[in-house]
Design a protein around this ligand. Structure first.
Ligand code: CP3
Length: 357
């Protein structure tokens, strides 16, 4: 077994497991080299051999305790028929956005009422093949699969691209609630299908990224994000797949997610880890929550911030160390490597003290 999976199963472990959100990415020169081989980002996502290679790089180069599949949350809407573009140096964009005046909602007839979730997994065989290749290469190191949350995918599909505050997404929620609910239900089915297919292919845990949960006020979050997150987590936990529910939404979202069926909650760095632990109770697994920018700073600062996170959580088990959001392209790979070693040392010390106490 692994220290990561043991923690998720509630077993006693000798130290804190650590992995890093967005650990396969542009701060690693080896990632950039493999992406250049593939040609571009989407080609890398579509090439199982190269996607498996970048998935395994952080494990092999840095010694993290789990791999996360290299892929993207936006492949699901793409598989549903939305054209997806990744311009060089730009973020992702959808040229055709959600349109409530069209009975089929968007340009492509695959995305409409009567939508079959199986059609999403049938379009993503390369993702599941990458998973099989990763498992063969990773040995005992576990592999995490993932998907975007229904609300986060909705935000991109409504707006077409990242735009401050995602005003068109909110306009649809507030002015076209019946339409928005239909779309969110369909996205939820698609996300469940994709995560279940990842589990069938071999991922041992899944994470849901509600990256834009923090845009919503509390009532909107409880209406337009949390219920769909519950449905996703319930479906996967019922299959026996451990779920990490990550919302970048501060303390309000964290509290609203306490009833979510996921066994593990991701905590962003704006939330106090000690308060999160006392609100969640001793049995819930928590993941997080060092500020990602510490990995762009000096060693002393990075080590101090790591220790502060461990101390804020306290000595109890049930903690998976991670950043509070994705690592930035400016992070230093040498510092990340040291961070992984310090996490082992500090984590072991903490657990020994707790057994002695
Ligand atoms: O964590 C990992 O290492 C696994 C891979 C992963 C990627 N995207 C690869 C990627 C994961 C888990 C994601 C999730 C994702 N994708 C999210 C949620 C993430 C979070 O932290 O909240 C979102 C919002 C997306 C959509 C997306 N993909 C955006 C907005 C961008 C552009 C922003 C950017 O960082 O450039 C991407 C591109 C992307 N996805 C990259 C990577 C490594 C960078 C692309 C490149 O190589 O040029």
């Amino acid at each position: 077994m692994s220290v990561f999976l043991d923690t998720l199963e509630g077993r006693k472990v000798s130290r804190r497991p650590l992995w890093i959100m967005r650990q396969a990415g542009r701060y690693l020169p080896q990632y950039k080299a493999t992406r250049a081989k593939a040609g571009n980002f989407l080609a890398l996502c579509g090439n199982p051999t190269l996607a498996a290679e970048v998935t395994c790089q952080p494990v092999e180069l840095l010694g993290v305790d789990a791999a996360i599949l290299f892929s993207d949350i936006l492949l699901v809407p793409q598989a549903m028929g939305f054209e997806l573009k990744f311009g060089e140096g730009e973020g992702p964009s959808f040229p055709v956005t959600l349109d409530p005046s069209k009975p089929r909602w968007a340009g492509d007839r695959t995305f409409a009422q009567g939508f079959m979730p199986e059609s999403v997994s049938s379009k993503l065989p390369h993702v599941y093949e990458a998973i099989r290749l990763c498992r063969a290469r990773l040995g005992a190191t576990p592999l995490i699969g993932f998907a975007g949350s229904p609300w986060t995918l909705f935000a991109y599909l409504a707006q077409g691209r990242h735009e401050e505050g995602f005003p068109r997404a909110k306009q649809l929620l507030w002015q076209e609630p019946a339409f928005s609910k239909d779309v969110l239900e369909v996205l939820t089915d698609a996300v469940i299908e994709h995560l279940s297919a990842q589990a069938r292919a071999g991922v041992q845990c899944v994470q849901v990224f509600d990256s834009w949960g923090g845009l919503l006020d509390r009532a909107d979050f409880r209406q337009w994000s949390a219920p769909y997150l519950s449905r996703v987590a319930m479906a996967l936990e019922e299959l026996g797949v451990p779920v990490i529910m990550y919302c970048k939404g501060g303390e309000g979202a964290f509290e609203d997610l306490l009833p979510n069926p996921a066994r593990c909650l991701g905590v962003d760095w704006t939330v106090d880890m000690g308060r999160a632990r006392s609100k969640a109770g001793p049995r819930r697994i928590l993941m997080g929550n060092v500020d990602p920018l510490v990995l762009t700073m000096d060693e002393g600062t990075a080590r101090r911030k790591l220790r502060e996170c461990l101390q804020a959580h306290g000595r109890e088990g049930g903690h998976i160390l991670n950043l509070g959001h994705g690592i930035t392209p400016e992070a230093s790979p040498e510092l990340v490597k040291k961070f992984v070693l310090w996490a082992r040392e500090e984590g072991e010390r903490l657990m020994q003290n707790s057994q002695g106490a």
